[in-house]
Design a binder for this molecule. Structure first.
Ligand SMILES: Cc1cc2nc3c(=O)[nH]c(=O)nc-3n(C[C@H](O)[C@H](O)[C@H](O)COP(=O)(O)OP(=O)(O)OC[C@H]3O[C@@H](n4cnc5c(N)ncnc54)[C@H](O)[C@@H]3O)c2cc1C
Length: 257
């Protein structure tokens, strides 16, 4: 099951951003500006910034998430976002001894489809196990014959074996990762991936991340989400035409706090 949490973020995010903005327009020293900011001024500054679209100021604040129980298929989409940092569980170093997998909801709904899917996962696991064993044996014997000490050969052979055996693992295979994005990149991510046109799994992730960010700072994330929830749809001809539904959904998400 997908699990998402914020494990850290820049301290006092609103104050940092308001100070960055104020510094652009004030002759005062940066440290004096920080001391001179009360909560009301901070909120007003941020509202002004957001209305002006002065977005470089929000780059000073980053959020770090831990994401578990998502597919490698999601990972391929997520890592297309270049303005972000990722650390992902490695299939080169960690043996997928009994891999967990994501079942798409539409496949879950149809018993025959679910059966085919689960059987395929079991076959993939079996192929992975057989290949790992065959490759490990081959590498181990070669490494021993090359004079490598037995304990070193055992671990080196296992690593070399799973490096190739993983090619049979499916996109459905679960992974876990750590992800850091600054707020400007998060705005872009939420705009693209909370949209009804985004694929269901990355949309579910984006919605969970937005809920968590909104809990930390409603004022910074008040306009975050698909473009149609705060203005015109940016999808042009591909617009889903469900602007009202989306607006209601995001009103609910942001009122759930
Ligand atoms: C509904 C949907 C369908 C998609 N379908 C496909 C598909 O079929 N095939 C496919 O390959 N991808 C697809 N994508 C991925 C998409 O093309 C982007 O790669 C992905 O959404 C990352 O967005 P981004 O580049 O804005 O994000 P980031 O990489 O985080 O970049 C953020 C912003 O920085 C700027 N930027 C970053 N790098 C550069 C650069 N090199 N030059 C200039 N500006 C830059 C841009 O303004 C960019 O918006 C799809 C995405 C969505 C949401």
């Amino acid at each position: 099951m997908m699990q998402v949490s914020i494990i850290s973020h820049t301290p006092e995010p609103e104050k940092i951003i308001a100070a960055a903005a104020k510094m652009c327009y004030s002759p005062a020293k940066a440290h004096d500006l920080l001391c001179d900011l009360d909560p009301e001024k901070i909120e007003n500054y941020i509202k002004m910034l957001i209305s002006l679209g002065h977005e470089s100021t929000v780059e000073h604040v980053s959020f770090t998430f831990v994401v578990e129980g998502v597919s490698r298929s999601l990972l391929a989409q997520l890592t297309r976002h270049r303005i972000a940092s990722f650390s992902v569980k490695s299939q080169r170093y960690v043996k997928e001894g009994s891999f967990e997998y994501v079942v798409p909801p539409e496949i879950k709904k149809i018993p025959e489809a679910r059966e085919v899917y689960i059987k395929t996962m079991q076959e993939d696991q079996a192929a992975y196990d057989v290949l790992s064993d065959l490759l490990e044996k081959e590498h181990f014997e070669r490494m021993l014959s090359e004079g490598m000490p037995e304990n070193k050969a055992r671990s080196a052979a296992q690593k070399a074996a799973i490096e190739d055996a993983r090619y049979v693992l499916p996109n459905a295979c679960e992974t876990q990762l750590m992800l850091t994005m600054n707020i400007r990149s998060l705005y872009n991510f939420f705009k693209l991936r909370c949209c009804s046109r985004a694929q269901w799994e990355i949309r579910e992730l984006a919605e969970k991340m937005l809920r968590l960010c909104y809990e930390v700072s409603p004022v910074l994330f008040t306009k975050a989400g698909p473009s149609c929830t705060y203005g015109e749809c940016s999808e042009g001809k591909m617009c889903c035409g469900k602007q009202n539904v989306m607006r209601e959904k995001y009103r609910d998400i942001k009122n759930e706090r």
